[in-house]
Design a protein around this ligand. Structure first.
Ligand SMILES: [Zn+2]
Ligand SMILES: [Zn+2]
Length: 152
């Protein structure tokens, strides 16, 4: 099915929530976190070995403990028509990951060298989006949809 740009653009605005995250990624397992998947080898060196110390299970994981409103971003989005030229044609607009990342950089919330490959963005762009670190899944931000305005 054909998708085409309609030529219309929207400004989509999100509230940004910064997160207080509990937990740790696989690179961070250590006795300091009381990880059951960490033990010591024959030399007394601490090693991370879920198979040997915890029946193959690593205790990694993240949990959002608290969040606070830490900004607002605006993303310019092209409207698209889906199933163009058919009776099922409909229009919609949802931001590209690249543009969301750039807006977070512009707002000073992400470092300038971050790209959309470094993050994982999931959710409904007209409700909530979760922005996670692509390398270990650590939650970075929650984006809450506020409004979408057609650029005249
Ligand atoms: Zn751990
Ligand atoms: Zn582990």
């Amino acid at each position: 099915m054909a998708t085409r740009l309609t030529g219309r653009k929207f400004i989509v605005r999100y509230t940004v929530w910064c997160l207080d995250v509990l937990g740790h990624g696989p690179d961070e397992c250590s006795s300091a976190y009381n990880c059951p998947c960490v033990g010591t080898d024959d030399d007394g060196e601490e090693i991370h070995d879920p198979d040997e110390f915890n029946h193959g299970e690593c205790d990694v994981g993240f949990e959002v403990n608290d969040r606070n409103r830490c900004g607002e971003i605006e993303v310019e989005v092209d409207e698209e028509e889906y199933n163009a030229g058919t009776p099922q044609a409909f229009t919609g607009h949802s931001p590209d990951d690249d543009d969301i990342v750039q807006s977070l950089i512009n707002a000073g919330l992400l470092k300038p060298n971050v790209t959309s490959k470094d993050v994982e963005i999931d959710g409904d762009s007209d409700e909530h989006l979760a922005v996670d670190d692509a390398s270990d899944g650590r939650p970075l931000f929650q984006l809450e949809y506020e409004s979408s305005v057609l650029i005249p």
